[in-house]
Design a protein around this ligand. Structure first.
Ligand code: ADP
Length: 549
């Protein structure tokens, strides 16, 4: 029997129409360095319509991938809503990628039109000779345009292009399964891979972000996505906030701890989201300088494991609750969120909150053991996490004429996404990741969790950052190398750090190789780049002290 329900497609244009009318008074507030620039959702709605007309005039049509090379700001939000609503495909570009990858991605996606912030033109201009598909560049916001003088694609000013365009657009009724947005993974191995989100996946994901199981945005909130809009859609916050009527504070290019603290004091967001390294910097700023950040009720940390000491630091010294979450580009990215179960208090509550959390009904997890067997949720059996659900990728973009790619190492024969993350799940559904499969340290017949060692090291007051990587060892196959960044003024020596670790982990897991480094290398999205550390070790670039082997 078929249902008798209406079949209304779940599209981004519905989020746009709803947010710009029902929540027309909510605002997107862009930080400009000195003071905030405010625009209501109603204005965003009108300007999104103008942008869609302007882009249509440049030849953008249904299915056209349209690039954005932009910071988090109001214009980027307009592009986020207008491009998919008109049936085109929003393609966010990671401005921190090496030139080679960036050009590869634009060419692979076949972008014809690119929206770019003026402040990023010095980055874009040298790439243009290698971007033959580009026909139009639309420049938004401040920045010296003269670097584009004589450039080949036609250059337009964003505001001039919008001026005079109609403030309404007859958004087409699209197939909800059609492409809405395209985002490439940062490609730590091999070529970057394009994940194509559908209207339906964006819509359902936004609903989930707004549940109490996740971040529960409401019109009383001001959300601060520090996580870039080119990094998995800023974790879905722009769409979700527009849907819920939560205002958005956009940091633009001001991502350093001091301006972040200043914008929080001035605009008073209630919830923020970023990777641990960003929050680590902000915590240092808040500890050093008195700031009124009491407005911030929740800080979402994800993208890499959140050191428990960071969570406790925010909560115990500044009254800000940290919520730990797990996800990836392929999962839109909302996967699990670490809200403790009812009744958990004290140490038990902390234990739950430092896990990667629980999955919503729409994301099904399973753990796969080394022999391909499905492992029980007993909190002990560790295996590779696989997931499936309506906003989980089932393949990668194959290019304009190519077929969807489903590499065996990323997708199981029955279609689940292989996350490459290794962990356990408790009987009540809490996921604890011990490592990425490629970062796990295989010492003798045993596995050592690099994340566990790092978390313990970073809990030492003399340690600012610590990254542990596997290095080859004649006797054991692999052993941990601990690289440590000391906190300012700290003098802790290896012996002391090792003794500190020795009180917390099994003896055989203790690293015998140590190196002090000035800072941990970071990826384009601010995560520890262990690949670089492994290479530096192999090339003899690290000053390694070996003792107690
Ligand atoms: P990249 O693979 O380039 O880092 P993603 O942003 O998609 O791009 O990264 C997803 C990966 O980040 C996950 O597979 C996982 O390894 C890691 N990750 C994300 N959130 C967490 C978390 N809360 N704890 C541990 N690892 C995390």
């Amino acid at each position: 029997m078929l249902s008798t329900m209406q079949d209304v497609p779940l599209t981004v244009s519905r989020i746009l129409t709803h947010g710009s009318t029902v929540h027309g008074e909510s605002e997107v507030i862009t930080w400009t360095g000195a003071d905030p620039h405010r625009r209501t959702f109603a204005e965003v709605g009108r300007r999104a319509a103008q942008l869609a007309h302007a882009l249509a005039g440049l030849g953008v049509g249904e299915g056209s991938p349209t690039g954005t090379l932009m910071w988090n700001n109001a214009e980027h939000l307009e592009a986020y809503l207008a491009i998919p609503s008109m049936g085109a495909v929003l393609h966010t570009l990671n401005l921190r990628l090496p030139a080679e990858q960036l050009t590869w991605i634009v060419n692979h996606a076949d972008d014809r039109v690119l929206l770019v912030n003026g402040t990023l033109l010095p980055l874009l201009a040298p790439l243009l000779p290698r971007l033959p598909t580009l026909e139009h560049i639309v420049v938004a916001g401040p920045g010296d345009r003269s670097v584009l003088d004589g450039a080949r694609p036609e250059v337009h000013d964003y505001e001039e292009l919008l001026a005079g365009q109609p403030e309404r657009y007859d958004w087409p009724e699209l197939d909800e399964r059609a492409a809405a947005a395209l985002c490439y993974t940062s490609g730590t191995t091999g070529d970057p891979k394009g994940v194509v989100y559908s209207h339906r996946s964006v819509y359902l994901h936004s609903l989930q972000v707004n549940t109490a199981e996740a971040f529960a945005l409401s019109p009383r909130d001001i959300a601060l996505p520090v996580v870039p809009m080119f990094h998995v859609n800023a974790w879905g916050l722009p769409h979700a906030a527009f849907m819920a009527g939560a205002s958005l504070l956009m940091p633009d290019r001001f991502l350093q701890p001091a301006p972040l603290a200043e914008m929080i004091e001035t605009v008073r967001p209630t919830i923020g989201a970023a990777v641990p390294t960003i929050w680590q910097g902000l915590l240092g700023e808040l500890d050093a300088t008195r700031r009124d950040v009491a407005c911030l009720e929740t800080v979402i940390i994800g993208g890499s494991a959140c050191p428990p000491v960071l969570m406790r630091g925010f909560e115990e010294r500044h009254g800000i609750r940290v919520v730990h979450a797990w996800g990836m580009t392929e999962t839109s990215p909302l996967g699990s969120v670490a809200h403790p179960p009812a009744g958990a208090t004290g140490d038990e509550e902390w234990a739950y909150r430092t896990t990667q959390g629980r999955f919503p009904a729409s994301v099904e997890p399973r753990l796969i053991g080394p022999g391909g067997e499905t492992l029980p949720w007993d909190g002990e059996s560790a295996g590779e996490l696989e997931v499936r659900g309506p906003w989980i990728a089932g393949g990668y973009y194959g290019g304009a004429d190519g077929e969807v790619q489903r590499p065996d190492d990323k997708f199981s024969p029955d279609g689940w996404l292989r996350t490459g993350d290794v962990g356990t799940i408790t009987p009540n559904g809490f996921l604890t990741l011990t490592d990425r499969a490629k970062d796990v340290i295989k010492s003798g017949g045993e596995w050592i969790s690099s994340v566990e060692l790092e978390n313990h090291l970073m809990a030492h007051p003399g340690v600012a950052e610590a990254a542990v990587v596997a290095v080859p060892d004649d006797k054991w196959g692999e052993r941990p190398l601990a690289t440590v960044v000391l906190a300012e003024g700290a003098t802790a020596g290896y012996e002391e750090l090792k003794a500190f670790l020795g009180e917390r982990i099994a003896r055989w897991q203790l690293p015998e190789r140590w190196a002090l480094i000035p800072s941990v290398p970071k990826t384009s999205v601010g995560k520890f780049d262990k690949k670089v550390l492994r290479r530096q070790y192999a090339d003899g670039e690290l000053d390694v002290t070996r003792f107690g082997a």
